[in-house]
Structures are given as C-alpha cells and as structure tokens.
Design a protein around this ligand. Structure first.
Ligand code: BES
Ligand code: ZN
Length: 986
C-alpha cells in the first residue's frame, strides 16, 4: 500500500511548559550555590523551591493585603498587578494546570504580569547578539543588547527567556544614562522575565536592555541545540544549530518572542578555527580572538538583517562543505552539507535557484536578502524550517542521489525546497500578526510549493497530485467532529504547537486552490503582489488578504464573505445532487463522517455561519465533457437544467473544490457504467475524486458498500497514478479495519484480482514517466502486502541476489524488494537490512530501510525493533515515530506498537523534547486503525488521566476515528462479505 511521507508535518508536537527555569533544585550542590550567589548579586532573587514556598506564603499574605489596596486605588500603570483578579487567570490556569492561581516568580514573589502575551508598551527595534557555544562542554555564553522604543509610559518591561541564566543586566537610555532596575523576576510557566525600573520608560524614548546570560546547548531538537554526524573516518563530528519556530528563540537568547515584534538583528558568533559559522545574513568580518583551551578562537561578525520576527533567526556552527550558484538577479544560493554528502546537494541547489527565479517573477517582488543558504542538519525534528536566508533541512528533505534515491524521495526534496522558499515571501517578508493566522504561512507555502515544483518539473503533473496530497487528507480530517476551523484562537506554546496540523497546512492550501480557480490566477497573482507590497517587513491577518483580493477583483467578488465560510467554521459541505427530469438539484449540508453515530459532540449552533458555505459548484456532463459549468451556492441550495439526453453529471471538476458530492442512485449507476465502459470519459483527477467520494460516503454510512465496490471493479483497467493512489489509500484503511473480520481473506483475494493486471502492466523495469515510477512502487508494494504470488516471488529473487551477490537494485524498486525480503524472510534478511541501515551514507536509503524493517512478520524481531527506538544511538529521536507508525501499520505489529507506546510513554516523553516528540502524531499513528470496542476501551482508559499537551486534539480525533471504525465494521462487514463472495464466485 502507498507509503506516506512520514517526514512531513509534525501533526501535533508535545508541548508542555517546562518548570526548570533558573531555580536551583533541591539539595545545595556546589553549582546551585554558585548560581544562587550569581543571581543574588545581580538582583535576581533565587532560592530553593522549599524555601520559595515558605517565603511565598509570607510574601503572599502581605501582598494580598497590599493588592487589595492597589485594587481599590487603581493601578498606576498598565500592569495587571498582583493581587487583582487578573483578567487572564482563568484561561492561564486552564492552559497550565501546573501554574498556581496567583503567578509566583521563581523567588516566591508574585509575578506581576499575568498574561501569556507580552505587553505592547515597549517594542524592540534592534538586537545585537554575541554567542559563544562550547561544543565539548555544551556551555553557552551570550550577550544581547536590545534596542527598544517606548510607545507608552511604563515602569516595567516583560520579555521572554527559557532555560537561560541571566547573570548581568543593564538598562540605559539611548543617550547613555543608566536606569536603575529595582526588580527582576522570572516566571517559568509563561517563560517570561519582568524587570521593574525605579523611574519610568518615557513614551517616544529609545532605551537599551543589555543582558549577559549563560545556558547549555540543548540535546533536544529545539532552541540552540547540538547535533552530530559520523564522517567517513568513523569520527563523530559535532555541530550547533537552531530551531526557533514557533516559540524557541527564547531558549537561545532573551527576546520579545512574538511574531509581531519585528526587529533588525546583528550577530557575532564564536567558533573554532576549523569550523564555519552561518547566520541569516552574510559574514562581514572575522576576528582572531587568540587561543582558548588548546584551539584558536575566532569570532565572526555578520551583516545586520532586515526587520524580521524572532522565530526566523538562525545560526549554525559546523564544519561543512558547500556548493554555490547565482540566481538571475545575482543573489547567491548555497547548499551546505557534510563533506561526504555534498555530492548529493546538486539537485537542491539547482531547484532552489530555479524556484527563486520563478517566485521573483511570479510575485513580482525581489528576494530582499543578499544570499540564501540551505543546510542539511543531521538531527532535525521537522522536515525543514524557513529561517530567512538560512533554511535548515532534515537530510532526507534536501539530499538527492540520482543513482540511489527514488522518484518519491526526489519529489519530496523538490517540494520541501519550494515550500521553504515560498515562506521567504509568505511568512518572512509578510508575517502573520499572531499564530491564530498560522495558516497564512503554512497554507500558502503548501499551495505555492506545488506551483513552484510544477514550474520546474512540468512533467510531474503536480496539480493532479495536489488533490492526492492536500485536498483528500484534509477532507478526511475535517470530516471529524473534533476538527477545528482554519482560523483558531491560540494563546500559549502548547496551543500554538498544536495547530501545525493538516488543517492549517492542507485545508489551508486546498481552499487557496479553490479560490485560485474561481478568482482566476491573474487576479490571485496581482492580489498577492499587492498584499506583499503593502505589508512587507510587517504583519498581516487573514482579513488583510481578503481585502486586497477583493480590491484586485474590482470589488466584483466579496472574497471575505465567501472565504469566511471556509476559514472561520470547521468542516465542509456534502453537496447532494439529484435529478428530476432535466432539473438537477444540489443541496448542501455539513459533512460529518460520524454524524450517523448519534455523536453528541456535534453542536451545529456553534458555527457563526450555521454550517452553510459559499460553494463554487462546477460540473460537466457526458453530452459535452469539455464545457465546464460554474454555479454559486451562496450558503444556499441551487437548481440547474441539463439537456434531456444527459446520462451523468460529474460535479466538483477535478476535485478542485473543498467539498464532497453525493449523487442519487441512478446517477451513481450511470457514473459507474461510464467508468466501466470508458473510464477516460473522466480525467484522472475526476476518477480519483469519484473513488474518494464513494469510499468516504460509505465510511460515513450514507452510501452502501456495494457502490464503492462496484465502482472499484473498473480499476482492473486503470493505469494512472492518481486514481490508483487514491484507491490504495482507501483499500489500505479497509484492510486494517477488516483485518479481524470474516471478510478479510476474500478482501485480500479481491485486491489481488484488481492489482494483478496493473502489476503486470507496470512491470519490473525502473523506466517510464515520473508518475509511472511513483505508481510502480505503490502498486508493487501493495501487491507484496496482499501476497500477489508472482510479484512476491520476483521480489524475493531480487532481494536474495542483492543480499548474496550485492546486485544493485534500481532506486524505485528498492522499497518493494526490501519489503518483500523482510516480510517473507526471517532474521537473516532483517539483519542484512539493519546493517545496511547503519552503514549507508545515503539518507533517503536509510529512511527506506528503516520503514521496511517494520514490515517483518516475526513478532520477536518487531519487539526488538521497537526497543531499539529507546536508544538514540540506534534510532535517532527524529525517526522514532517512523518506527512506531510502520510497526503499527503491520498486522503482526499493531498490538506490539500499542503495548510499547503504553509501556514507554513516560520514558519517551522524558527522552525527547517538545519539538521532537510529537505526541499527537504518535497517538494517531499507533491507535487510529483500531476497530474493536476492547481497543477503544484500552486507548480511552490509558489516556484518561494523562496530560498529552498539544496532542489532545489528536487524541480526540483518534478516539472518534476508532468509534467510527467499530461502527463501520458492524454495519458493513456483512455487505462486504456477501458482495466479495458473490463477486469472487462468479
Ligand atoms: N515552518 C515549518 C517548520 C515547522 C513545522 C516549524 C512545525 C514548527 C513546527 C516549515 O515551513 C514546514 O512547514 N515544514 C514542513 C515541510 C513542508 C514541505 C510541508 C515539515 O517540517 O514537515
Ligand atoms: Zn511551512
């Protein structure tokens, strides 16, 4: 069955405010004492937690009385002061159950700022940062001076800091006059520092905050962290790198870590003589700083950046090699990678240059920085990160070896490169005001990446693939009652992490695609030009986008009115089409895949639009398939007329609208007949859309299982990638759900019946178009999993030949052959792949092998494999999810994976950071295919009292999916069994 790109979006990452601020822990170790005296010396009172509690009680009692006085007297400035019932207290307490109801700083004093968001009275304008990491001791020394502007008189400033030890501070006016800091408090639950002045910062004034701090290089994949790789001599080489989005810049230096606080950044980085340092901007000066613990110390100074958000700052210290090319407008583009991997960087470099040229032309806005670096990072939580001018990538998202890498992995590199480059405009130049509009970043980049790749690789038919990769997965998730609107309120880091999900990315991209079609590309393009120009170096929200688009459509289309129904309410419509004579009626209702289950979590009144949409309905008929008609459903139903001789109508042309279509019985029959007679009456995207709708409507209980089954018979003749990939996705879920039913064996037989002809057609030669290659690998892999005998036999021969004689396997056949060798082999075959996994220098190959290792049939092997994920030297933390997902997808491994997740939950949580350990992703990968009451009970009782952080929505989605699976099996098993028996006995 088709393998998903598991490097893609971290569905939901764990997020939990760590409480380990600057407090010395229990027990007075020497270090703690030293730390304390440092703090006290500098006016930051720090003490043990026990003592803090005692002090807190005394202080609190006193403060409570004072606060009453203050509350009645009214605050002297805009600080929501201690003792008042703070505005945000309820929501804060709810967000962080560990946060006390009155916020107490690390020293036990009341923390006077009680909001997660920073005050707006002071804005940073420039940061001067110097950082000196030690890659051996992991100690980091840093200094930051933040130039700020004051918008409103105030006697305090609040900024972010997490896991930093502030050892000195100085505040002065732009002219040099020092200001006295009377109080400095830290509050770890909101990761904030509060500094109070003796005298006020005056409105219109410019001041400087100078902070000296120390920290440690993180071992997790966030903030400023340590990574490593093994070079060709077997030596371990270290690098220090950053990942700041969404809220991790505060772990590297104290800052105003919210996207609307844009400022210019200057950076100086200390490094060893044998290393290089990279920053968002080019190097301007290198200073020799003498000798330090046996090595020569260098300090690199970088050019000042443009105005940008903190989450886009990046720096790396490493010993990499690089290759460079110039864009048409003379901007230098480089790819950095370990010396032994630089030969795999060519494709990313050429693609990046071509796509930069294309975006500059398409947006008509020049790329504003002098350079663009793309760098491969060996340990990386996400797929890639769009830091302005210094984009960081997971190795498999950037390295491509034309002799070794598959077409799917090749395409992935192009997509990730195009995605992050799109952010250089959408996200970096114009940034969302706040994270509730994250979709403006991620939805746009997810849409533009397809335009970008389509431009450089026209033969890859990216716009056909768009529906497969974006629209269909988004429609699946958004049909759950536990989905959420694209625009969603978020407050703290946990909630912010949670929206880096399929809705922001793929539903976001799909609704832009729909908008592009009804607005026309030229209007979209001129609107985007306007949007970029009017908000460059600034911030925007969703309404800003709608207003430029309406303006560019000469106000002929009310873009906001239409699009609000797609972005401000969750879900999407099911358009039901029926025919009476020559009149076709189309009605709309919210589509919920679990609606028939009497789900009490559905509250239709909760939508501001009553779950009605502005639907751009498109259709064609068999009478004139080349004329496409458009009808608007303005939160209403519609009727339209067709010629009397029409047999069928295909609605939602090429699945370009974000809705599903249900036909009446006779129309389904007419469509199925047409597919059987001549499936090319419909485009490949339309065939995919019919398959996707029929299977999903059956899943939702509104369509009898015999309809998708009757429809699917035509697949015997299907030879195109997109419809096949859509069908295999659905069959894969059927296979998991039916695994314990009596229909399962007949189901596998039916799969063999459908797959055999296409497997013969596609054959074993790694040739043909890009889409042929993608299809070959999906079809043959599915044939292996369904045990199509000829395919298994052939693959086993090739596996043996490779294992015994070292015969090379063409890249697009590797997945199939590894899967066959491991699934139908034993310990010897598994061990061979495991040792290849450990020795290959090709990241795409490593990934393929890791996934194949999980299809073993021997449970002892699978259990050993699961245990290997607990040792970061065997499986990198970034890859743990891949292992659990692939074992969970294996019928022999599903219960082992679940048992492992339960048994090791706490250890995994402790081992990996917020960014790496995507709880939500893990929960859904391991549990959402369960389909029995027993398993539902298991999952819900295990998680009942668990804080799953940002994974909580994913957990709800998984539980809803399991309930649906149970219901579906109960209601469809018999029909499917009967249909299959009749069909196979013909
Ligand atoms: N901005 C994200 C990286 C990111 C993801 C930061 C999650 C914080 C949390 C980046 O642009 C991105 O979306 N990367 C994708 C790859 C892309 C091709 C879909 C990813 O990491 O999966
Ligand atoms: Zn992105």
């Amino acid at each position: 069955m088709p393998q998903q790109q598991t490097d893609s979006i971290r569905m939901e990452a764990q997020g939990k405010f760590a409480q380990n601020g600057m407090v010395a822990g229990p027990g007075d170790s020497q270090t703690n004492i030293n730390k304390r005296s440092l703090y006290e010396h500098n006016g930051v009172a720090v003490c043990s937690q026990k003592r803090a509690l005692i002090i807190a009680t005394v202080v609190f009692a006193t403060l409570f009385i004072i606060s009453l006085i203050i509350a009645y007297a009214g605050p002297g400035n805009d600080c929501p002061c201690a003792g008042e019932k703070p505005d945000h207290l309820e929501s804060e307490t709810e967000l962080n159950s560990s946060a006390p109801s009155v916020p107490l700083a690390t020293n036990g004093e009341v923390f006077p700022w009680n909001k997660v968001r920073l005050p707006g009275a002071i804005r940073p304008s420039r940061y001067n940062i110097t950082i000196h990491p030690n890659l051996t001791t992991l100690g980091v020394k840093g200094e930051v001076t933040i130039e700020v502007r004051v918008l409103k008189d105030t006697n305090f400033v609040v900024f972010h800091s997490k896991n930093l030890t502030i050892i000195d501070k100085l505040v002065y006016a732009a002219g040099g006059r020092n200001l006295t800091v009377v109080k400095m408090l830290e509050y770890p639950p909101t990761q904030q520092i509060y500094m109070e002045m003796k005298e006020k910062f005056r409105r219109g004034g410019n001041y400087v905050l100078k902070l000296l701090f120390t920290s440690r290089l993180s071992q997790e994949l966030e903030g400023f962290y340590l990574s490593s790789y093994i070079n060709k001599n077997g030596e371990k080489k270290y690098l220090a790198t950053t990942h700041f989005e969404p809220t991790y810049a505060r772990q590297a230096f104290p800052c105003f870590d919210e996207p609307q606080f844009k400022a210019k950044f200057r950076m100086s980085l200390y490094r060893d003589k044998f290393q290089i340092a990279l920053f968002n901007m080019p190097l301007i000066l290198t200073e020799h700083k003498g000798y330090f613990s046996g090595g020569e110390l260098i300090c690199d100074h970088f050019q000042e950046s443009v105005e940008m958000s903190t989450y886009l700052v990046a720096f790396v210290i490493c010993d990499y090699d690089h290759i460079t090319n110039m864009t048409r407008h003379n901007k230098s583009v480089s790819v950095y990678a370990p010396r032994e991997m630089i030969s795999q960087a060519d494709f990313a470099l050429h693609t990046a240059v071509d796509i930069m040229d294309y975006y500059e032309e398409f947006f008509m806005v020049p790329y504003p920085l002098p350079k663009q670096d793309l760098i491969a990072i060996p340990d990386f939580a996400a797929g890639a990160m769009e830091n302005w001018g210094l984009i960081t990538y997971r190795e498999t998202s950037i390295l491509y070896d034309y002799k070794e890498t598959s077409a799917a992995a090749h395409q992935w590199v192009a997509i990730v490169v195009a995605h992050e480059l799109a952010h250089q405009w959408f996200g970096n130049l114009v940034t969302m005001k706040w994270w509730n509009d994250l979709w403006l970043n991620e939805g746009f980049a997810s849409f533009l990446e397809y335009l970008g790749v389509d431009h450089v690789m026209p033969g890859w038919k990216m716009m056909d693939q768009f529906i497969l990769d974006k629209t269909q997965p988004a429609l699946t998730l958004d049909a759950l009652a536990s989905s959420h609107p694209i625009s969603v309120d978020v407050h703290d880091p946990v909630e912010i992490e949670a929206i880096f999900d399929t809705i922001s990315y793929s539903k976001g991209a799909s609704v832009i695609h729909m908008l592009e079609i009804f607005l026309h590309q030229d209007i979209l393009r001129s609107g985007l030009y306007d949007y970029l120009n009017s908000h460059k170096y600034g911030n925007a929200d969703t309404d800003d986008l709608w207003s430029v688009l309406s303006k560019n459509a000469n106000q002929s289309i009310e873009v906001k009115t239409i699009m609000d129904t797609w972005t401000r309410q969750m879900g999407f419509p099911l358009v039901t089409v029926s025919r009476t004579g020559n009149i076709i009626s189309a009605t709309q209702h919210r589509f919920l895949v679990t609606a028939h289950m009497n789900n009490d979590t559905i509250h239709p009144e909760e939508s501001p639009f009553g779950y009605k949409w502005f639907v751009p309905l498109s259709y064609y008929t068999d009478v004139d398939p080349s004329s496409i008609h458009h009808v608007w459903m303005n939160m209403t139903d519609v009727k339209f007329e067709v010629p009397p001789e029409v047999q069928w109508v295909k609605v939602n042309v090429n699945q370009s609208g974000f809705y599903r279509v249900m036909y009446d019985d006779s129309m389904w029959q007419a469509i199925i007949t047409a597919l059987h007679q001549n499936h090319s009456s419909f485009s490949p995207a339309d065939r995919a859309s019919l398959i996707d709708d029929a299977f999903t409507l059956c899943r939702a209980g509104v369509l009898d299982a015999t309809i998708p089954l009757n429809l699917s018979i035509y697949l015997q003749k299907e030879r195109d990638y997109v419809p096949w990939a859509t069908a295999l996705e659905h069959f894969q879920s059927w296979s998991k759900r039916l695994a314990e039913t009596r229909a399962y064996k007949s189901f596998l037989e039916y799969m063999r019946y459908l797959l055999t002809p296409v497997a013969r057609y596609i054959g074993w030669k790694d040739t043909g178009s890009h889409l042929d290659k993608l299809m070959r690998s999906d079809i043959l892999a599915s044939a292996i999993l369904c045990d199509v005998k000829d395919v298994v036999k052939e693959a086993q021969i090739m596996f043996n030949d490779w294992m015994v004689n070292g015969t090379r396997i063409p890249p697009n056949l590797r997945e199939v052959i590894y899967v066959a060798g491991i699934k139908y082999g034993g310990v010897k075959e598994w061990q061979h792949c495991w040792s290849k996994y450990n020795s290959t220098g090709i990241p795409s190959e490593r990934k393929l092998l890791l996934k194949a290792l999980g299809v073993a049939s021997d449970t002892w092997i699978l259990q050993r494999f699961l245990l290997s994920t607990l040792d970061r030297n065997l499986v990198k933390p970034q890859d743990v999810k891949v292992v659990l997902a692939v074992v969970a997808a294996n019928p022999e491994g599903r219960f082992l994976a679940w048992r492992h997740l339960k048994a090791q939950w706490h250890q995994m949580q402790a081992m990996f950071g917020n960014a790496t350990f995507s709880m939500g992703g893990l929960i859904s990968a391991v549990t959402s295919h369960f389909s029995t009451q027993y398993d539902l009970h298991e999952v819900s009782s295990f998680f009942e009292h668990m804080n799953v952080g940002s994974g909580s929505r994913s957990l709800q989605q998984s539980l809803e999916t399991i309930r649906l699976n149970i219901y579906w099996v109960q209601n469809n098993e018999e029909t499917i069994y009967t249909w299959l028996s009749n069909f196979l006995d013909r």
